[in-house]
Write a protein that binds this ligand. Structure first.
Ligand code: SF4
Length: 380
């Protein structure tokens, strides 16, 4: 029986605060700040999940998206000392690395054995590497692998590189595009509220600057993703505030593609005393995001952060995407993530199929990918 013909059980809850929210969800009415708080504070996860799944299936039916991608983290040297981070290191600290350009291109080449459709490039804010290093890196990748989409530089990196190159952010974005950047990843958003940001990541751009930079990227014709780091010192109000600020930018630009809630991994960070996120928190974060971000096309449950098992369950709680094969993730593994460093395409297909969803291999722009063993074509 297809999901559309399957009888849908009606909404049920033992939490009266959810009843008016369910009415809004069923008619497609936008949820308010207070609705967001009520969702976070409800113990009825199945009712919250029912609503998120209702929206998810209305938008995407039974499809669940994944892609075949490779991460490239060119350097872990970083001038910022974010307390949330286990990846960035000061220039002279032990364990630093910076890839020579040839090395970065070779790393990318390894991804071609799985016919990757995307390179995901993020790294530290290196105090000495010139703007042109990053442009050469991207240009070199585009020349060698013209079919592969380059998703590079978070808003934090865009703002930092613009400053390094002594140019405005719009000018830097134009140079990046000309070098071969096709879109931008969503990292560095963390939590926008100043109170939290001062504690967890005082040295990077503030929340307002992150949002403005994202809007500039969209105006430059680059789509981008957005994230939220949860499960540290933020509260329910901070999370709702974060989601509503993203929703407001999206109303203006329409340039966000996917929202990815990221569970905080405390190991090896300055916040190592904090507990890890729980399953309930992970699932609820996905569901609330789907419900509040009515203008975001996609909600991703990133298996590296929440485990493949939780990502699989999320496909019934509002998520329509579980990210990709990834291959060689460093940032969350430095922070104690115990998930594998990569998965095979067949593993992702199995996770999705067993969740009762229909696997859909996408490229970065969510176009269908048709593949043979070692090559692919994208429907345009
Ligand atoms: S989170 Fe990013 S900006 Fe902050 S220290 Fe880590 S690598 Fe640097």
């Amino acid at each position: 029986m297809s999901p559309s013909s399957r009888p849908r059980h009606s909404f049920q809850t033992d939490d009266p605060a959810l009843v008016p929210i369910a009415r809004k969800v069923e008619v497609g009415e936008r949820l308010s700040f207070d609705d967001g708080l009520a969702l976070y504070r409800s113990g009825d996860i199945l009712a919250v999940g029912w609503m998120a799944n209702f929206v998810r299936e209305k938008m995407h039916g039974n499809i669940a998206y994944f892609n075949v991608n490779r991460h490239i983290n060119p350097t872990n040297v970083c001038v910022a000392s974010c307390r949330l981070c286990a990846f960035g290191r000061k220039k002279d600290a032990p364990g630093t690395y910076t890839m020579a350009l040839e090395e970065a291109w070779e790393t990318a080449a390894k991804g071609l054995t799985e016919a990757v459709t995307e390179f995901h490039i993020v790294g530290g804010l290196h105090p000495d590497l010139p703007f042109e290093y990053f442009m050469d890196l991207v240009r070199g990748l585009k020349t060698r692998y013209p079919k592969v989409h380059i998703k590079a530089f978070t808003m934090v990196e865009v703002a930092f590189l613009a400053k390094r190159g002594k140019m405005t952010i719009p000018a830097a974005l134009q140079r990046m595009k000309a070098a071969g950047v096709d879109s931008c990843p969503g990292g560095g958003a963390e939590i926008f509220a100043d109170r939290v940001r001062h504690i967890i990541c005082d040295h990077k751009i503030d929340g307002g600057e992150w949002l403005e930079t994202a809007a500039m990227a969209h105006r430059a014709g680059l789509r981008s993703n957005a994230t939220m780091l949860y499960g540290h010192i933020e509260n329910d109000e901070d999370r709702v505030d974060h989601l509503l600020k993203l929703r407001a930018v999206q109303d203006g630009t329409g340039g966000f593609q996917t929202f990815i809630p990221l569970a905080f991994h405390p190991d090896n960070t300055a916040l190592a005393h904090l507990p890890k996120s729980t399953g309930m928190m992970d699932i609820k974060q996905i569901a609330v995001s789907r419900l509040m971000l009515d203008n975001f096309p996609h909600i991703k449950s990133y298996w590296q952060m929440v485990t493949p098992k939780m990502a699989q369950i999320s496909l019934r709680f509002g998520a329509d995407d579980i990210d990709g094969t990834v291959i060689e993730e460093k940032i969350y593994h430095d922070a104690g993530a115990t998930t594998p460093q990569g998965m095979r395409r067949t593993d992702l297909v199995r996770l999705i199929t067993e969740a009762g969803r229909e696997p859909f291999e996408r490229d970065t722009m969510y176009r269908a990918v048709t593949r043979s063993e070692d090559s692919f074509t994208v429907a345009v």
